[in-house]
Design a binder for this molecule. Structure first.
Ligand SMILES: [Zn+2]
Length: 277
């Protein structure tokens, strides 16, 4: 487990520790970044299951299994790879009485759970309405309002802090301005990074900033040019595609691709999605 992440989200971790002995059946983890949410979700699974006290120890077979996503009582349904479909939720419903094999609870993590299809979300709601059993559900989502209100009302909500760094950095400001211009006019893409030292950290900051701006635009905080642009151009038809491109760009940062390649891939893909409006 990334220790920096645990320090950064100390408040959230402390709340989870308090919930450990009487875990809520449904936990929504919102805020932060996609990566943070998934890691905190796995932390939760280790916390409620690790036999050590106080856990999680990150050393035992169970903790290691959770961290490596190779723990028989944990399933990850990943909306980051496409929509989460009703068939997947039906299997959970069918198998809801199966007892945990190694841990205390079976834990179902719904990553990027805003990508549950409506049918799947309604089916999940039925599962959540069942009486408490040995199953725990964790919905990871940028912002709770992207889920059904009926699901939200049944859940304990944990809000991770956003990376709140404002863009005081002139370089990032310039890049965002350049992107906006490119998306609106289709011109100037290759001028955006001209004269700038582009490493993956910089690209990561740009992606984070765009992700946060999209959430701001959904929540009605449309004070900047970029949030106003997103508010105007992102709708229920293309929202999934836009978040998908940004999530994929984030994942690419861990590959051998250069920061510039990832940046251009993201900029062009978002352009092709947004210009269809
Ligand atoms: Zn452990």
């Amino acid at each position: 487990m990334n220790k920096d992440l645990l320090v950064e989200h100390k408040r959230a971790i402390n709340i989870l520790k308090m919930l450990k002995h009487s875990p809520p059946r449904v936990l929504i983890i919102e805020g932060g970044l996609c990566y943070d949410r998934l890691e905190i979700g796995k932390y939760w699974c280790a916390l409620v299951n690790c036999p050590m006290d106080p856990g999680p120890c990150f050393e035992c077979k169970l903790c290691k299994g959770v961290l490596n996503e190779n723990f028989p009582d944990m399933a990850i349904l990943d909306g980051g790879e496409g929509s989460i479909k009703i068939e997947q939720v039906r299997i959970i419903h069918r198998d809801r009485d199966i007892l945990p094999r190694e841990g205390k609870y079976r834990t179902f993590l719904f990553n990027e759970s805003q990508n549950l299809t409506l049918q799947a979300a309604n089916s999940l709601l039925k599962v959540l309405e069942e009486p408490k059993d040995k199953n725990l559900f964790v919905l990871l989502v940028p912002q709770r309002t992207l889920l059904l209100p009926t699901i939200i009302s049944r859940s304990f909500i944990l809000t991770l802090k956003w990376k709140t760094r404002q863009i005081q950095d002139e370089t990032i400001k310039g890049i965002i301005k350049g992107l906006l211009n490119f998306w609106m006019t289709g011109k100037g893409l290759f001028n955006i990074l001209k004269g700038k030292k582009v490493d993956k950290d910089l690209v990561k900051e740009v992606i984070f900033f765009l992700q946060k701006s999209i959430i701001d635009s959904i929540c009605g905080d449309t004070i900047s040019d970029i949030t106003q642009f997103f508010k105007k151009n992102i709708n229920s038809h293309n929202f999934w595609n836009v978040t998908y491109v940004l999530d994929q760009s984030c994942l690419m940062l861990d590959t051998n691709l250069s920061g510039e390649d990832i940046f251009y891939w993201m900029a062009l893909n978002l352009y092709s999605i947004l210009k269809l409006n």
